[in-house]
Design a protein around this ligand. Sequence first.
Ligand SMILES: [Zn+2]
Length: 138
Amino acid sequence: MGAAAINVDTINQLTGGRLGTHDVPCPLCGPYKRAPKNQQRRVMRIYRIETGFAGYHCARCGEKGAALDRNGPRPDPSKLERAHAEAAERDRAHKAERLNKTRRLWSIRMPAAGTVAVGRNYRGWYIVMSLDSNGGNP
Ligand SMILES: [Zn+2]
């Protein structure tokens, strides 16, 4: 979250100047993906309810917010409320899905002791040959 780099100009580019709901590649996390397919994956949903106002939410990096053209007309409050509710629901569903995935992975965890544990950091793959007796599991 925080200072998002998404302004009305960016929204304009991503939506091709059109109003409505658009699923587009995320300009925030997309460029950091190695595979071109993932760079172009349409993970960001934009709710463009006025020319000068749009809400957005990325299902991958979780970035969300709104872009407002301060010189433009004020957005319609009822449209604003609907877009906000839809974005909040999408965010909730996204978080629930992540949590389920985490729980699923945790439920099938195995002790790493006596096995070769493979991990990955910013330099690439690495192998840990010995871990403590319970492999870090409680
Ligand atoms: Zn993103």
